[in-house]
Design a protein around this ligand. Sequence first.
Ligand SMILES: *Cc1c(COP(=O)(O)O)cnc(C)c1O
Length: 532
Amino acid sequence: MDRQKYQEVVETFFEWRQGDITQIFSELLAAVAAEKSLTPAQIMSQNYETARANPEIHVLPGNLKDARDAIFPYFWGTDSWNNPLHLENVRGPANQASLIGAIACLLKNPNLCTDRYSQRSNELEVKAITTLANLIFYHTQDPWGVFTIGGTISNLYGGKIGLERVLPGAMQAGLGGHRIVGICSEAGHYSNMTVAGWLGIGTNNLISIPTDDKLSMRIDLLEQKVDELLREKAKIAYVCATFGTTDGFGIDDIRAIRECIERKCGEYSVPMPQIHVDAAVGWAMCMLTDYNLNTNPLKLEPRLQELVLHAQRKNVGLQFADSVTIDFHKMGRGHYPSSAFIVNRRDDLKYLVRSVHDTPYFSDADARRDPALFTLECSRPAIGPYVAIASLNGIGLTGWQLLIARSLELAQRLKDRLAHLEYCKVLNAATHGPSVNWWVLPKGRNAEEIYQRMVRNELSPDQRQRYAREIRHLFDKRLKTMDPAIDARLGFTTNFGYCPHGIEIPAWKAVLFNPKTTDEIVDRIAQSIEEL
Ligand SMILES: *Cc1c(COP(=O)(O)O)cnc(C)c1O
């Protein structure tokens, strides 16, 4: 072997050459800063045409700048969503405290599988989970949990605990021909389908319960369905309630769901399913739980105080959950991936536990400290704990209250503006979150009246299709005619979650996650609609 060449490779790629590294960091930071002068539309166009034809690997060893050059066009061609005009979906710009946390994590690259591979980073995970659990459950004795790579996986943990609750030993014996079902609402996230499919119960056994116009699961229909399922001897493994639906921010009544399920399981003498709550989007409302509305230290305006009070009332419901999913990478404005799965009572993790015998190379693992004994993942990144703790403590509870309250204020402002236009209809007026779903119909139409007729099922399929086409057409028209320097980028959903008589309702959508979005940007949305 050419020892000198070998030594060069080791020195270039395995030593900490601080000067070289910080220089490239500064260059990347400068490139990010340059994004500020661009509009979201000006990102470099993609080149899928030859991405497969031209795979790349250099032949000779290079240096860190070669590494930089190899990724730079793709880095430059990716939008960080820092621009305040981005309102398409539940993705905000990541905050800089999170950046510090994430970089620190990358520098040490811990693996959270066992504490031997991660030392104090594992301790940080315990701290981060406990902090979040206290915010969410409010009064909780013995919470525990782990960070996962996404809300889908966190929901999968909830479903899996439920499966083991109602079919003990399924981990070893499989489903054994039993009919196992999971329940969510019609406005629930599509990850519920993923979970049912991957758990092996099958997507056909995911039962979705219709919602009311507040996008909350209808408890009367839940009760009917549960009764029917238990009569048919199906085993209900879990109910996945939603706290903040992705489009319209519907919140399920978790207390009522629990009471309903407890009553029915008592009647049929069957074990309780897991009451899991998908709070991937909505969890951040918990930052408002402790806000003192009497002294109002942040001088919130009366309208905003009402919105905070509303959030505080909803937050109480989370205490009735067995487990929750939270995505710090959504309203926590943290870096991906930082989702957490949290149980209210640590004892429930027993449903997931493997023995040391099943994890040969973690033979000295200790269930008190080593998550690998119950996690789906084996190698597990620590980005989540670093991002969460850095963000929670950098920004502070008061800082978070300002950020969340501002999102609510901006969403309300948009709803108010749109309510003045008779050819527009705000669809989620009854939910109080950071997102707005609405219709834009051609001028001259009375959107409210058309909506009411649709809800009463008085429109023919032809009429419904025509209105849906108009709504989509106007959305596309705005896309073509908008000025990318001043007009916000909006989202579109083909079904915002409320389906009266099974009718799926399309909607324009805006999510007010970006702290730099201004009143003027919001007002301009209404104006751009008037100009269509
Ligand atoms: C985004 C989302 C998910 C999925 O989370 P990922 O982190 O994207 O995997 C699940 N549920 C809800 C309500 C969501 O908004």
